[in-house]
Design a protein around this ligand. Structure first.
Ligand SMILES: NC(=O)c1ccc[n+]([C@@H]2O[C@H](COP(=O)([O-])OP(=O)(O)OC[C@H]3O[C@@H](n4cnc5c(N)ncnc54)[C@H](O)[C@@H]3O)[C@@H](O)[C@H]2O)c1
Length: 288
């Protein structure tokens, strides 16, 4: 069991501060929410999945509605998004940080992919974030703030059949850099967080999936342990806290070294090739 991210911050780092997190009912978003709440912040949770949002609420117990605001919202609906932000500000009178974490990844080849799905990826992954940031501005202008856009290491490396997701996440990174420059004079920092391979559905895996994923997630990157939502939450808390007060416009990679590794002989195809090469050792120039 890892130490929770809140453990590494002083008691006053987040106490009484107010944050909003989209895609808050599952995976990385949920982990960021729990870490912020453990650090004594107040949090607005936005998610379109009613069942999961209710699960998080139940998990927080009696104090849930005291420390958190729950918004059953599809972030594509700007009116609902704006109302949730307004409700939060009316309640706590401030907004210190915002995490654009909700995502849509239709997957599929460029030939299969539907135009509407491509548009939807941009609506969820980019436009909703842009709307949220604009709605946060009037509140953050007076006291400053920190915005975290959850991107992906895939913006630097391509994976086939993911065009809508990767193109939209790259656009989100563009938004991060531009707004970091534009909003710096207002004391508002904007950063991207780029997770690698993070195991988010562990609790709902079937035993056979679990056995497979135990190996897959551990072996996917140089770091010999799997990436967990709490690993990303720790980095998010760093970016939301004053510890990162001189950091803006950056992309913080949380991937156990995956994105800097040269794949050479490590993936199955290449490992297989390596095996074949060994068998053909005698044919190597100089050995003949
Ligand atoms: N898990 C990974 O390996 C990984 C890797 C790289 C980047 N990321 C990024 O991290 C973020 C979180 O990913 P995750 O794996 O925790 O996802 P997840 O699927 O576990 O959770 C996403 C949450 O967002 C909510 N959501 C989706 N669309 C929404 C919408 N339109 N409105 C409101 N809520 C919506 C879902 O209901 C869900 O609760 C995403 O931005 C994702 O692109 C994840």
């Amino acid at each position: 069991m890892k130490t929770p991210p809140s453990h590494y911050f002083s008691d006053v780092a987040f106490r009484g501060r107010v944050f909003g997190v989209t895609g808050a009912a599952h995976g990385i978003g949920e982990s960021i929410v729990l870490a912020l709440l453990e650090a004594n912040a107040f949090v607005l949770l936005l998610d379109k999945d009613d069942r999961e949002l209710d699960r998080v609420k139940r998990q927080l117990g009696d104090k849930a509605t005291e420390i958190a605001e729950f918004a059953h919202v599809d972030v594509r609906n700007h009116q609902d998004l704006r109302s949730a932000i307004q409700r939060t500000v009316d309640r706590w009178g401030r907004l210190d940080g915002w995490v654009n974490n909700a995502m849509y990844n239709p997957g599929g080849s460029v030939e299969e992919e539907k135009y509407e799905h491509f548009v939807q990826a941009f609506e969820v992954n980019v436009f909703a974030g842009w709307n949220a940031i604009r709605d946060c501005l009037p509140l953050m202008k007076s006291s400053g703030g920190s915005i975290v856009n959850v991107s992906s290491i895939m913006t630097g490396q391509a994976v086939s059949r993911n065009a809508a997701y990767i193109a939209s996440k790259a656009a989100l990174d563009g938004l991060t850099r531009t707004l970091a420059v534009e909003l710096a004079p207002l004391g508002i920092r904007v950063n991207s967080l780029a997770p690698g391979f993070i195991r988010t559905g562990k609790d709902s895996e079937k035993p056979i999936e679990r056995a497979y994923n135990d190996i897959l997630y551990r072996a996917s990157q140089p770091w010999p342990f799997e990436g967990t939502p709490a690993d990303v939450a720790g980095a998010a808390l760093f970016l939301l806290s004053d510890l990162s007060s001189f950091i803006t416009g950056s992309t913080l990679v949380v991937d156990g070294g995956l994105s800097v590794e040269l794949p050479l002989l490590t993936d199955p195809v290449r490992a297989n090739a390596a095996e074949q090469l060994l068998k053909l050792e005698h044919l190597k120039p100089g050995n003949r």
